[in-house]
Design a protein around this ligand. Structure first.
Ligand code: ZN
Length: 308
């Protein structure tokens, strides 16, 4: 497998208030783990700045302008109780979009089998017209549309194993049968959406998990709900909204996964990518707030991506 890794120093410059869990140290911890010799075969690329026009794949222009105008010259400005912007936030989120779209270009060009994007801020809570849950724009949704608009992908699957429901991605594709959105998440928990009965036009598969559950229930949700939906859908591309806050050490939730669970789930999705999409798989970092839980889980995830 040729596995690419996109990163960029600008991702450290999106600043959040002191004590905020979504902080630059998350990426520093990931970098330290991926510095290990076993990751030396990774094809490491500096993320390109995104094409602003691609924001409009998932968000209306007035919303994009609202975010641009919210960026301060100095200090930190809050958008809601959880979400804020600092002077470099526009460049960071646009570079996250650039990396996600470039990753899609790479797997369709065949220069990489799969790609991991280590970026921040995350994106899956960003709805069409609402920035929330630490997210400004929805990078996964934009990348899915980019695959359709630029590469002729007919069907794109987004699998979201972040412990929070990706309300933004669900919102953007709720009436779009060309995109399958599958999510495991703790419920009840922020943002409150993600019930089983939220099914869109049959393209939304929500697998809510009860607080205190762990590996067995998570794997069962994958085996009984998410993998059958993928088998039925036969995607041309799989995008993972890869949050690692369902790890047992994470302070924001109560699901007890380990690194082995992320390794296992990665393997299952690679198996589907091999079967349906010529291995094309793009993984985008979302949440994960315990530095050890996050970095070790990313390590297991990327190691599996490299191995096949
Ligand atoms: Zn999360």
């Amino acid at each position: 497998m040729v596995t690419r890794l996109y990163s960029h120093p600008i991702f450290l410059e999106h600043l959040t208030p002191i004590g905020h869990p979504e902080r630059p140290d998350r990426l520093r911890a990931i970098e330290r783990v991926l510095d290990d010799e076993i990751y030396s075969p990774l094809d490491r690329i500096v993320a390109p700045f995104g094409d602003e026009a691609t924001i409009l794949y998932a968000h209306p222009e007035r919303f994009a302008e609202k975010i641009r105008k919210a960026i301060p010259d100095d200090g930190i400005v809050t958008i809601d109780g959880d979400t804020s912007v600092s002077p470099k936030s526009w460049d960071a989120t646009l570079t996250a979009i650039g990396a996600a779209n470039a990753a899609v270009d790479d797997v369709f060009a065949g220069v990489a089998d799969n790609v991991f994007v280590a970026s921040r801020p995350p994106g899956h809570h960003a709805e069409k017209e609402t920035a929330m849950g630490f997210c400004l724009f929805n990078h996964a949704a934009i990348a899915a549309r980019h695959a359709q608009n630029r590469h002729g992908a007919e069907k794109v699957a987004i699998v979201d194993w972040d412990v929070h429901h990706g309300n933004g991605t669900q919102d953007i594709f709720y009436e779009d049968p060309s995109v399958l959105y599958c999510s495991t998440h703790q419920m009840p928990l922020f943002p409150g959406t993600g019930a089983k009965h939220e099914t869109g036009v049959g393209n939304i598969i929500n697998a809510p998990l009860t607080a205190g559950t762990g590996s067995d229930i998570f794997r069962e949700a994958f085996l009984s709900r998410i993998l059958p939906a993928l088998d039925n859908f036969r995607p041309d591309l799989i995008i993972i909204s890869a949050g690692f806050d369902a790890h047992h050490r994470d302070p924001l939730a109560e699901i007890n996964l380990t690194e082995e669970d992320f390794d296992w789930a990665t393997g299952k999705l690679m198996d589907r990518a091999e079967r349906f999409s010529s291995n094309r798989l793009v993984s985008l970092l979302e949440g994960g707030y315990d530095l050890q839980g996050l970095s070790f889980s990313v390590g297991a995830h990327v190691k599996r991506l490299m191995k096949g």
